[in-house]
Design a protein around this ligand. Structure first.
Ligand SMILES: O=C(O)CCC(=O)C(=O)O
Ligand SMILES: [Fe+2]
Length: 343
């Protein structure tokens, strides 16, 4: 066996299977169909049964995505010391980072985080009593020189897709289309460039360990290498999501789970690594304003279906989560079930 840092090694029960289960893939939805009723019901079924789906004819131009992907490839090809010049730190959570931990195991990857609103307003600390806010801006590398432009263009395009999706999700829950829109006015949305280098021990490590996305919605591009696995709701089996050219993979995050009072659950996923090929992926995390108090919507709860969660503050929740990804902590990080109302 190749020598690798033990911090990357997953516990036996969380190690990936090298045989791939691709049957019964996640639903593929064509966003260009003119029958809105049908589209809404397809989205609703996919959110309920899988928490994940792929979309085609989504309106994001291939050339904006290609431009950002190329910028990502040239950034990651730089010497480590160049990349470390834009490293994230305890104060600025945006930029380059290569020691992220998911559930306290190190991920076999490098990331670069870009905040969509520039500046972005966030709480200064995870402490619930600390009301101080900070304004943060992106730190961008000198090279490639078009990195900022590539991010800005891509952000505008994917943002439009996010609104389309959140409106379809609202309709599928029987709500007015714009029910969620105001939460995203001063969004804390973020684009991440993931790079998974080839890994000598793909049976022991993961590119990203199993996790649920904490935000509202994720719009993910994965390249043709593939490696994303989704936990199937019916039987808990890990299902590989086969790369489909020009498709985006969409998943609902914890916030939609809470808003919908568990009707749409945020589903666990992970990324496998590969002994020969490097892999790139680009998630866009569509997240509300930091001050949002996340709770089941009163339009979706009543005496028969009482709220299953207590309200929590998104900004503080996210700060807590990101702190635990930054450093290996002794305890488990914050999760939405900590806000579950006990029966
Ligand atoms: O790279 C992937 O396929 C998944 C990445 C992911 O789940 C994440 O960054 O939250
Ligand atoms: Fe994720």
């Amino acid at each position: 066996m190749a020598e690798v840092d033990p911090s990357f090694i997953q516990a036996i029960e969380h190690r990936p299977k090298l045989t791939v289960t691709e049957a019964q893939g996640i639903p593929l939805i064509d966003l260009s169909i003119s029958n809105t009723q049908l589209l809404v019901s397809q989205i609703g079924d996919a959110c309920k049964n899988w928490g994940f789906f792929q979309v085609i004819n989504h309106g994001v131009p291939v050339k904006s995505r290609e431009k950002l992907l190329l910028a990502s490839r040239s950034f990651y090809a730089l010497p480590k010391e160049e990349k470390l010049k834009v490293r994230r730190d305890e104060v600025n959570p945006f930029g380059y980072y290569d020691t992220e931990h998911t559930k306290n195991v190190r991920d076999w990857k490098e990331v670069f985080d870009y905040t969509v609103e520039n500046p972005t307003v966030l709480p200064a600390s995870p402490d619930p009593d600390d009301k101080e806010l900070i304004m943060l801006v992106n730190q961008l590398p000198k090279n490639p020189i078009n990195m900022r432009e590539a991010f800005e263009e891509y952000a505008q395009e994917v943002k439009k897709l996010c609104y389309t999706l959140i409106e379809l999700i609202a309709l599928s829950l029987g709500l007015p289309a714009d029910r969620f829109n105001k939460f995203f006015d001063n969004s804390t949305s973020r684009i991440r460039l993931n790079h998974y280098p080839p890994c000598p021990v793909p049976e022991l490590a993961l590119g990203v360990g199993r996790h649920k996305d904490g935000g509202a919605l994720t719009v993910l591009y994965q390249d043709e290498v593939g490696g994303l696995e989704v936990k199937r709701k019916t039987d808990g089996e890990w299902i590989r999501v086969k790369p489909t050219s020009n498709a985006y993979i969409i998943n609902v995050g914890d916030i939609v789970q809470v808003w919908s009072n568990d009707k749409y659950e945020s589903v666990e996923h992970r990324a496998m690594v590969n002994p020969e090929k490097e892999r790139f992926s680009i998630p866009f995390f569509f997240n509300p304003e930091h001050s949002t108090m996340v709770e089941p919507l009163n339009d979706l709860t009543d005496d028969e279906n009482p709220p299953k969660y207590r309200a929590y503050n998104w900004g503080k929740f996210n700060m807590n989560r990101r702190r635990s990804n930054f450093k290996k902590l002794a305890a488990e990080n914050i999760q939405i079930y900590h806000f579950k109302v006990s029966k």
